[in-house]
Design a protein around this ligand. Structure first.
Ligand code: IMP
Length: 217
């Protein structure tokens, strides 16, 4: 892993929910975080067919435009009964033409599950995936992936979080991501055991290699 010795880092995302979580995870390490939006950077088109490809498009575009290392997240939910859909197209399923509607997207997943007769929790398994990409302006990239297993509940529960959080019940828990505090969903710092959310798990891998090298921790 290449050493990350810049003290400024671009968070290459325009998604407010993700930016909040990445900030929570990274700021304790002492980076000055600036977002792609704050720098006036355009949101690139995600033309890849894997989480890695899309994460690299976002991080490399931002790193080159800002001449700084940039960290992106490409993530999504993979529903087993739907052969892994919506996967890399998770955000697209919420597209209305004039914005994103996640209630509509969750309803779409639910309708497809019901069509398949998937009513019991065993038939409604899913996982959230997050791939973080750290990119440098010269084109060097590193990837860190995290996943969390769970089941999809209906109706949606909880107003916290974002995206598909209200329907995702992580394995072994009683609360959906939408019902959890930020700390419960993605709280993680060095020395803690396993993190819960896919993004925090990916970040843990990142922290254990790159950031630890920078801070000497
Ligand atoms: P993308 O990575 O920008 O392609 O978008 C991924 C989409 O997956 C987001 O728009 C969210 O809808 C969904 N997603 C990713 N991570 C989470 C999460 O932690 N909670 C809820 N939804 C998520």
């Amino acid at each position: 892993m290449r050493k990350l010795d810049s003290d400024r880092l671009v968070v290459a995302s325009h998604n407010a929910g993700k930016i909040r979580e990445i900030r929570d995870l990274i700021e304790p390490f002492g980076f000055k975080v600036v977002t792609a939006g704050e720098l006036g950077l355009e949101e690139p088109e995600e033309t890849g067919t894997t989480f890695e490809e899309n994460a690299a498009i976002k991080a490399l575009t931002a790193a080159r435009a800002a001449s700084l290392p940039a960290l992106s997240d490409d993530s999504g939910i993979m529903v087993d009964a739907l052969d892994g859909q919506p996967g890399v197209y998770t955000a697209d399923w919420a597209e209305t033409g004039s914005g994103r509607d996640f209630n509509m997207a969750m309803q779409k997943v639910e309708d497809l599950l019901i069509e398949k007769g998937a009513r019991e929790p065993e038939a409604r398994t899913a996982r959230f995936v997050s791939t973080l990409c750290l990119a440098w302006p010269d084109g060097h990239v590193e990837y860190f992936r995290g996943e969390v297993e769970g089941t999809l509940v209906w109706p949606p529960r909880g107003e916290k979080g974002f995206g598909y959080d209200p329907v995702f019940l992580p394995e072994g828990r009683q609360q959906t991501f939408g019902e959890m505090s930020a700390e419960e969903k993605h709280g993680w710092k060095p020395g803690d055991g396993e993190a819960l959310s896919h993004r925090a798990r990916a970040f843990k891998r990142f922290a254990e290699t790159g950031l630890a090298a920078r801070t000497g921790a």
